[in-house]
Design a protein around this ligand. Structure first.
Ligand code: DSN
Length: 431
């Protein structure tokens, strides 16, 4: 790169990534192949529209690319060819937020209710939270976790759904460590006539690798980002059923009729992604999604995704053993929450203390948090990135002690920093 300033920033960021332990649950390291596709000539091309229906000429290879990525996405997530035929996938969303917005805009009338996990219980901003545009256009009906078990209480979800009659029910979030029972959630959606959407952004890679249940049997729509456990570029996918939305029995109960009822769910969504919300798709990113999808369709990735969960369990268990409170008592996935406030350390302080020694996490609210979201009571810890580096349970146990010693300041900062650098060196990630 000729640009000296930019080159230096890239170099510095590369050193930072190499020399710190990344425990941010939503981050990962992409392969050289994914980065190569991102930097490919496809970045030069405008391709507004869809395959063979573009607004510009010169899209012969773009069309082939988009179709290839669609078929890879469908094949990876829906194993049975007969089931696959019932689904379409849109590979154009720039990221998770526009993907979710497109689904709502396509399927549910403005003003109707989206029932989703509350943000401070582990949900996501774009599931109708008040500061997001999704919370301004639609009304969020939140559900949470049980105060005692800190897990979803499906009877409680049903009770809220029956009372509120949402038009859309969402499963998935950004800080819920446990397996979600999609079958039960679909039953709840059916009981009140709601569309059932799963946002699998966090655990998509685990679904692809067989380390987490698949939502496809039960959902009408599945959205996902591609850059978390799936280890692709920063973008998103929307999987949608080809059935007509007017066929959804849901609509009988709702005072809000679903939009575009003559179209299939997938057609309605495609129309909103483009031209409704977005302009030209980022074809270089779509190429990179394609690379990530083919990488995820390998035995190596299946082993990786299972190791992500094993590592997460090992790290949570060891932290628990040495006296830290893990929300819900453990994890079934790539992440978990630690209540640091219990030891008098806020989430913000914890995150700063850890960054000071080279461990990167994010502060996070815990269920029924009494602190403000800007400085909540806990941290979120995730293992996708460290697993990509090749670390296993043994390293997780060591890291648990490094985390604990840093937070409690029971070891000299310098000693911990040296240990972390050594560990990073042993598991290099970026050449
Ligand atoms: N911000 C992402 C996360 O960290 O979970 C979700 O969009």
């Amino acid at each position: 790169m000729r640009d000296r300033e930019m080159r230096q920033l890239v170099r510095k960021e590369k050193i930072r990534q190499n020399e710190t332990l990344n425990l941010i649950a939503s981050e990962n390291y992409v392969s050289p192949g994914v980065r190569e596709a991102l930097a490919s000539v496809f970045t030069n091309k405008y391709a507004e529209g869809y395959t063979r229906a573009r607004y510009y000429a010169g899209n012969k290879h773009v069309d082939e690319l988009e179709e290839l990525v669609q078929s890879r996405a469908l094949k990876l997530f829906i194993r049975q060819p007969a089931d696959r035929k019932m689904w379409d996938v849109n590979v154009q969303p720039y990221s998770g937020s526009p993907a979710n917005l497109a689904v709502y805009h396509a399927l549910i009338p403005v003003g109707s209710k989206i029932m989703a996990m509350a943000l401070d219980m582990g949900g996501h901003l774009t599931h109708g939270y008040r500061v997001s545009v999704t919370g301004k256009l639609w009304k969020q009906v939140p559900y949470g976790v049980d105060k005692k078990t800190e897990k979803i209480n499906y009877d409680e979800v049903l009770k809220i759904a029956k009372k509120e009659k949402p038009t859309l029910l969402i499963a998935g979030g950004s800080a819920y460590a446990r397996i979600i029972d999609f079958k039960k959630m679909r039953k709840i959606a059916d009981a009140v006539g709601a569309i059932f959407m799963v946002d699998m952004s966090h655990f998509a890679g685990l679904v692809a690798g067989g380390a987490y249940p698949s939502p496809f049997t039960y959902a009408h729509v599945v959205t996902t980002t591609t850059h978390k456990t799936l280890r692709g570029p920063r973008a998103a996918l929307i999987f949608a059923r080809k059935s007509q939305i007017s066929n959804l029995k849901s609509q009988t109960n709702s005072k809000f009729k679903i939009q575009n009822s003559k179209l299939s769910i997938a057609e309605a969504i495609n129309k909103i992604v483009f031209p409704g919300i977005q302009g030209g798709p980022h074809m270089n990113t779509i190429a990179a999604i394609g690379v990530a999808l083919s990488e995820a369709d390998t035995n190596q990735f299946r082993i990786y995704s299972k190791q992500v969960v094993k590592n997460s369990k090992a790290l949570a268990e060891e932290l628990k053993k040495i006296g830290w409170k893990i929300i819900s008592g453990g994890t079934d996935s790539h992440l978990f929450l630690v209540n640091t406030m219990e030891k008098g350390i806020s989430g913000g302080e914890a995150s700063d203390l850890l960054e000071g020694v080279g461990i990167i996490v994010n502060k996070n609210t815990i269920p029924y948090d009494t602190q403000k979201p800007t400085n909540p009571s806990g941290i979120r810890v995730g293992t996708p990135a460290l697993t990509t580096r090749g670390m296993k349970e043994k390293e997780m146990r060591l890291i648990a002690h490094l985390i604990s010693d840093s937070l409690l300041q029971t070891q000299k900062k310098l000693t911990i920093q040296v240990d972390i650098k050594k560990l990073c060196k042993k598991f290099p990630i970026l050449p």
